[in-house]
Design a protein around this ligand. Structure first.
Ligand code: SF4
Length: 397
């Protein structure tokens, strides 16, 4: 299907010709922001903050949805993937993390290379991506990961390997006594195709110091992604919000990603997700409301003009909020996933047994068109879901 060439190119031209929703027309500030975007300008931090704080949330969502539609029409992308978390053993102890365990903990686990292959096997005919991240294992070096990726490729050559957060890469490089660049080169040669983007949290070091001391700092996160981009390894970028950061710091985070993208242009997708609380971790966390989740999606669509895709990460926000987000600027809803531990250990109740038909039904019932994509957004296939006549129909703003 010819979707890829239609996407992106000339989206501002399309935006200029699109009918402006009445709710946006009636809001002087939103109209001002629309004019900035149409003319090729950028929403700066101060306008971003005003957008985020608008009392006119439905109009903000309409504006973000308009911009999303100028880029991707009514399409919402998903892929068929499997999450494999290789180990929960981690030498760090980020305060928000419900997943990590000390190596002597009774629930600590580490999957051998063969165990990972066995995990993938039952899904291998229905997926085209493995998304694999884990803790910072005290012993595993680059050789372990190189062997893992080689074996995945030997057994399942059609599967795209999306793996390792920036801090894992930094840790592996350090454990192996080689540079990050050398580590990435070796892993790419072994089969690593892209990097998922986790671990950005908030790219403000005073916040990181409170929630994930010991992790890479914000410059290192950006630098590691930039190095990957320079080696032809695309990545995603994320944001964990609703811990201890301010709204301004969320927007600074967006701005830093935008600046990095100007330099290395390898970010494919921005994936924001809120902290999922329990009674033990980060008791001072301010927690994000549903309104804030939607505001982040909408403002990121309007500010991140150079990062094409914005994901409603349903593993974390659930199907209902995800369905609102894909009407508020998000164009992607992640994949079939199959298995997921990091968000579920933190309290997510999102179902893991969705196949592409079920996922497509969620997209259609939100008034959008499901399009199956590959991991690097170069192949697209509109998916015709089998749906019952009784199915709910679109949300209209
Ligand atoms: S967030 Fe990652 S680095 Fe931090 S403790 Fe959890 S697994 Fe370890």
């Amino acid at each position: 299907m010819e979707l890829s060439s239609a996407f992106e190119k000339g989206w501002r031209n399309r935006l200029r010709k699109m009918e402006i929703p009445i709710s946006v027309k009636n809001d002087e500030f939103l109209l001002h922001c629309l004019e900035i975007i149409k003319s090729g300008g950028r929403i700066n931090l101060s306008d971003g903050l005003k957008l985020y704080n608008t009392t006119n949330l439905p109009a903000l969502c309409s504006l973000a949805n308009l911009v999303k539609r100028s880029r991707f029409g009514d399409n919402v992308f998903f892929n068929e993937n499997l999450h494999v978390n290789t180990t929960n053993v981690c030498v760090l102890a980020c305060r928000f993390c419900a997943f990590r365990k000390g190596s002597r903990h009774s629930d600590a686990y580490e999957l051998s290379v063969d165990e990972v292959i066995h995990r993938i096997q039952p899904f291998s005919d229905s997926i085209d991506e493995v998304h694999s991240v884990g803790g910072l294992h005290p012993q595993w070096t680059v050789d372990h990961y190189a062997e893992l990726y080689s074996k995945i490729k030997d057994n399942f050559p059609h599967i795209h390997v999306k793996s390792l957060t920036a801090v894992e890469i930094k840790h592996i490089a350090s454990r192996s006594g080689i540079s990050v660049t050398e580590t990435l080169k070796l892993l790419k040669k072994s089969g690593l195709n892209s990097i998922p983007g986790g671990g950005a949290e908030i790219l403000v070091d005073s916040v990181r110091d409170r929630i994930c001391r010991g992790k890479e700092n914000s410059s290192e996160y950006l630098e590691i992604h930039g190095l990957a981009h320079s080696l032809g390894i695309p990545s995603n970028c994320t944001m964990l919000f609703g811990t201890v950061e301010t709204v301004e710091e969320r927007l600074i985070h967006l701005d830093k990603l935008r600046i990095q993208q100007d330099e290395t242009s390898g970010f494919q997708c921005f994936v924001p997700y809120p902290f999922l609380p329990d009674k033990t971790r980060l008791p001072e966390a301010q927690l994000a409301t549903t309104s804030e989740i939607i505001r982040i999606i909408a403002v990121s669509r309007l500010m991140l003009d150079n990062i094409p895709h914005i994901k409603a990460y349903r593993m974390n926000i659930g199907d209902f909020v995800a369905s609102l987000c894909i009407n508020s600027g998000a164009d992607d809803i992640d994949g079939t996933v199959g298995n997921e531990e990091i968000m579920h250990e933190a309290g997510s109740k999102t179902r893991l047994d969705y196949d592409k038909n079920q996922l497509s039904k969620l997209i259609i019932s939100s008034g959008q068109i499901p399009v199956k994509r590959n991991s690097v957004y170069t192949n697209f296939e509109e998916y015709e879901a089998v749906i019952s006549k009784a199915m709910v129909m679109p949300i209209n703003y």
